[in-house]
Design a protein around this ligand. Structure first.
Ligand code: ADP
Ligand code: MG
Length: 249
């Protein structure tokens, strides 16, 4: 696996010295993020690994403009987030960021065509140029899912299902996709497949002339993380770069 950021990558988000604390029930505050420096590059899969409670979700919430840091500097698409009004911040989030908190975001009672066109419609809330239903189906086709349109989610193979979720995450052409424990309920084989699909998705996006999002993946699964181009361990509130080679599995 190529351990360098993708060629022509541009910074999508830059975190400098980000700190985040939470009040504790007995008084005082717990410092969850203690000075995070991280650059998320376009077209690059970045994995954040750490045990439960280490602050992975907190970091993704900050990156996703859903939680305000206590200190440090966060820049998304060249805009310093601390200097934005709440309204501007919400607009930036809707324009630039998609979330993949649960990998399975498909509605079981709808066909894939209905799932995708519905998701495309949801993005129009932002008032920004959104994907039309036609564009949503075009995206599915480019990712090899034309044959799945009339089927229901339960009729897809696990690989197709993974790709179907990724189509949904790509709607609205986000600059950044944040995936929080996407493989929580998958067996190791399928979990590894998810990571491979994410990587393939990035290269296919490139080949198909699509915008290439930066993807940040929070996981406690090393096998999944090992697929990423950049891997960090979240330890005592700080990120420690991990050499992908050293984590051979
Ligand atoms: P992870 O995703 O790695 O499991 P989290 O980011 O969810 O870790 O949580 C990190 C720590 O922050 C935990 O100790 C958790 O209890 C605490 N925490 C997270 N969110 C809140 C909150 N809203 N209020 C208080 N404590 C929180
Ligand atoms: Mg979490």
């Amino acid at each position: 696996m190529d351990s360098q950021p993708a060629k022509g990558a541009v910074p999508v988000a830059v975190l400098e010295g980000i700190t985040k604390t939470f009040p504790q029930p007995g008084g005082g505050r717990v410092e969850v993020l203690r000075g995070i420096d991280l650059t998320v590059e376009s077209g690059t899969l970045t994995a954040i690994v750490g045990p439960s409670g280490s602050g992975k979700s907190t970091l993704l919430h900050v990156l996703g403009l859903m939680a305000k840091p206590d200190g440090g500097r966060l820049t998304v698409l060249g805009k310093e987030v601390g200097g934005l009004t709440e309204r501007e911040r919400d607009a930036l989030r809707r324009q630039a960021i998609n979330f993949l908190f649960q990998f399975d975001s498909l509605l079981e009672e709808l066909t894939m065509e209905e799932n995708w066109t519905l998701a495309a419609g949801l993005k129009t809330r932002s008032g920004e140029p959104a994907d039309s239903p036609f564009q949503a189906l075009d995206l599915a086709a480019r990712l090899g899912l034309s044959g799945a349109l009339r089927r229901f989610p339960r009729e897809l193979s696990s690989g197709e299902r993974t790709r179907a979720n990724l189509v949904r995450a790509l709607l609205g052409r986000p600059a950044m996709i944040l995936a929080d424990e996407p493989t929580g309920n998958l067996d190791p084989k399928n979990a590894k497949q998810v990571a491979q699909e994410l990587m393939e998705l990035l290269s296919e996006s490139k080949n198909n002339g699509l915008a290439r999002p930066g993807i940040v993946l929070a996981t406690h699964n090393w096998q999944l993380a090992a697929q990423a181009q950049a891997i960090y361990r979240l330890e005592e509130g700080r990120l420690v770069a991990v050499d992908a080679g050293a984590q051979a599995l």
